[in-house]
Design a protein around this ligand. Sequence first.
Ligand code: NAD
Length: 506
Amino acid sequence: MAITEDRPARVGTFDSTSPATGEVVGSFPLDGPERVATAVARARAAQRGWAELGFDGRRRALQAYKALLVRRTDELVDLVHRENGKPHADALIEVVMIVDHLDWAARNAPRVLGRRRARSTLALANHAASVEYQPLGVVGVLGPWNYPVFTPLGSIAYALAAGNAVVFKPSELTPAVGCFLADTFADAVGDPPVFQVVTGDGSTGHALCLAGVDKVAFTGSPAIGRKVMAACAERLTPVVLELGGKDAMVVDDDADLDAAAEQALWGGMANAGQTCLAVERVYVVDRVYDRFLAKLVERASHVRPGPGPGADFGPITLPRQLETIRRHLDDAFARGARALVGGPDAVRPPYVDPVVLVDVPADALILREETFGPVLPVVRARDAGQAVELANANPYGLGAAVFASRRAEGIARALRSGMASINSVLTYAGMPSLPYGGVGESGFGSVHGPDGLREFTHPKAVTRQRFPLPFGMQSFDRPGFVLPAVRQAMKLRHGRAPRSPRSPRG
Ligand code: NAD
């Protein structure tokens, strides 16, 4: 729930506005450290009861939340459209994807986190062992504006299912959506306040990092991720960082080129390219480069941004992002790139028209840094090996896509990224059984899947002596023969080098 009662005095307020029309969507408190501390204290008090509900009780609560979100989908989709600017269709995709995650986290938490026996060793055969994953306590979640439903709930659902309470600070661009998510939880589940929202800008986020939460789940840019990690270091608060991307698509010579072109276009331009997992670079093997490009250009020339329901994508939500897109395009043109769709005038605030670029040199900004716009540079590669090499020559490593047949699995595994999809784009994000996270500048740690549940827990290891041994190792009173005997047993069990593998002829 958004905290409304028992608030210390307001520090100030800010408005969230529609990026398409400028209409004010809502006015929200700029929560300072005091209010953040109040929320964290309430969360800490509420968390005990939530943990005591057990897996079954939490599953029922989360499924009630899921069902209410589903019943309120139209309201939520319309709010996302008004506050973020994306078309209703893009907003609906977010909701559809997160509902499966909520359900999966609620149903699978007992299997992944519940207490289970662990194996003993010969030396400790008289002890039983078990492990379980216990909640951390209170998790602070910092969210971005580009997927204001899918992204924060990807942390929140898993943290709650694991038995934590959550204090969520949505982006200052999408606070109304953040409050809607928490208010719906309160309506479905009631008190105690295990899911609260604080609103504000980076200063509120900073206060949350310093508020003594037990973990911070941050989704946003690498620059702010560094600041979050530095702030959290003060109190040794652990962090999971889901940062930006510069995802590559590789198209091999046996790919279905129609599918590859169609998916490159959608992966690059849906949500106006404002997707951490957007296809931002396409590497196409020489033999099929011209055919792929012709199909991509033909499709891209029909795609249009706009405010209405007929638009393929909406405005650029963050006004300063328009400058980044313009800078990347200017830099590419100055270095000799050519536009086959769109051109230097593509940036028409608050919209950007689709752009397909070729002849882009490898050191151009548009191939190195996150652009976050509907812009697709397409690069010719000698073969799949070179395509992978070029794709991997980038500090980001979030997702990747491969369109191929024979070599598809090998290419997907060779790409330096946390996730990859073969013959589709972004699919892994909607697959709740898979972890989601990046490497390098794209961050570390996971949300989603079993790893995402464990991310918000700590393992608790327990041993129980089943019967005492007449002579144990761990005693000052052990007789003199015990350690030599143990040493002899160790030699017999572990002292032999493994046999070299048999040659194929044997
Ligand atoms: P951002 O880094 O500017 O802000 C993210 C959040 O951090 C916001 O809530 C913001 O208010 C808060 N914040 C700002 N300064 C802070 C500080 N000093 N301490 C604590 N919190 C602070 O990112 P954004 O512009 O909202 O989102 C776009 C970025 O997010 C892109 O780089 C995109 O790739 C990335 N992103 C990544 C994923 C992913 O899953 N990896 C998903 C969505 C977006």
